[in-house]
Design a protein around this ligand. Structure first.
Ligand SMILES: C[S@@+](CC[C@H](N)C(=O)[O-])C[C@H]1O[C@@H](n2cnc3c(N)ncnc32)[C@H](O)[C@@H]1O
Length: 286
């Protein structure tokens, strides 16, 4: 049963992916697809390396998927910033994202808006403070719940976001926890941004679209997610996602398939690390 007054605590799904990013740096040989060990510092678990979900073999394709998507989305963001001098970066369901702390030079002028549920966000802010990690002036934390309608957009604007200026909006590992209706409503809101805005969202394929081995793994993960009260609510086919982007009102939409992500970030590796085919990225623009 959920306590009446729950206290600030991390979201366990956000902790897991942050730990996988750190695990990649620790155990996979360089060059690393994505370099982020700060998220694990924020998580602050002493014995995280011996968690069953951090088992090097069990976690292999999942940690590859997590670093592949993080790298891909930051590469897309960098391209937009360099090409169009884009000034706003919105991270939906930011979890233990550390873009603002890593602060790459090319993103130094970006205003960053991290959106997440209230209690995990309070917890994250206090961890950043405890660790003395930078919280730059240009970073805003916006507590929201996407499943309760449009209020998240109002809160974003109240936090200083300009809905009249283009933005890059990223959603990594969030769509699966939202219903189809909530995903569509979120997309519709983002699609109201002015021309030159980008929406990059990862999504998971329905298990029936996967090969036998991946399907079994996905079903296992879904069962665990159900048990830990973070059920997967939004799984899609590529056609459905493109249809939703169109219905939301984006001018253009395309998919970065798992094959394409493999080609970009894993095909030249000699250790065989690869992310499988369960997760893809929707790239839509206004
Ligand atoms: C798997 S984590 C991904 C975190 C981060 N994007 C990453 O890739 O490291 C999912 C995140 O979505 C957030 N989230 C889930 N449901 C949400 C909702 N209804 N409203 C706002 N945030 C939500 C969780 O709190 C968590 O931080």
């Amino acid at each position: 049963m959920t306590p009446a007054n729950p206290s600030p605590a991390p979201d366990h799904t956000a902790v897991r992916v942050a730990l996988w990013r750190a695990l990649h740096v620790e155990i996979d040989p360089p060059p690393h697809v994505f370099h982020d060990t700060l998220g694990a510092q924020i998580a602050g678990e002493t014995n995280w390396r011996i968690r069953p979900d951090m088992d090097p073999t069990f976690s292999r394709s999942m940690r590859a998927s997590i670093v592949g998507r993080a790298r891909c989305i930051e590469d897309l963001l960098e391209a937009e910033v360099r090409k169009n001098a884009l000034g706003q970066y919105v991270i939906l369901g930011a979890g233990l994202d550390t873009f603002a702390q890593r602060g790459p030079d090319w993103g130094a002028a970006l205003r960053v808006f991290e959106l997440d549920l209230r209690l995990p966000q309070i917890w994250k802010k206090s961890r950043l403070k405890e660790l003395g990690l930078p919280v730059p002036e240009r970073l805003r934390f916006v507590p929201v719940d996407f499943s309760v309608g449009q209020s998240w957009w109002e809160q974003l604007v109240a936090a200083g976001f300009s809905a009249r200026a283009p933005a890059f909006v990223a959603s990594m590992g969030v769509s699966l926890y939202l219903s189809q209706e909530t995903n569509l409503a979120t997309m519709k809101q983002v699609a109201t941004l002015p021309a030159g805005s980008t929406f990059a969202m990862t999504y998971l394929l329905r298990p029936e679209l996967l090969g036998a081995e991946e399907k079994a793994r996905m079903e296992f993960v879904m069962k665990k997610a159900e048990e830990s009260r973070s059920p997967f609510l939004g799984l899609f086919s590529p056609e459905e996602i493109l249809e939703m982007a169109k219905a939301a009102g984006f001018k253009k939409a395309r998919l970065l398939s798992a094959k394409e992500i493999f080609r970009l970030y894993f095909s030249k590796r000699t250790d065989g690390l690869e992310a499988g085919s369960a997760e893809e990225i929707l790239l839509a623009s206004t």
